[in-house]
Design a protein around this ligand. Structure first.
Ligand SMILES: [Zn+2]
Length: 70
């Protein structure tokens, strides 16, 4: 397995209730401490699986899509 460059791999918060998704660059930084989820402040996160990434991309695309004649 190879790792992607920092900030390029989609991640999700480890707290299932939180369900925050984004990139490592979106995490809050606390000085020398580890990065935190911007939503719940949790310090652990998972890298999304391929199917999760696809699902997430579909969801964000649907959310940003503007329908001119709805
Ligand atoms: Zn969170």
């Amino acid at each position: 397995m190879s790792y992607q460059a920092f900030g390029t791999a989609p991640i999700k918060c480890s707290k299932r209730k939180c369900d925050w998704k984004g990139y490592e660059t979106d995490l809050l930084r606390a000085a020398w401490k580890t990065s935190k989820c911007p939503k719940c402040g949790c310090e652990t996160y998972y890298f999304m699986t391929e199917s999760e990434v696809k699902q997430w991309e579909r969801a964000t695309q649907a959310a940003t899509q503007v329908k001119p004649h709805a």
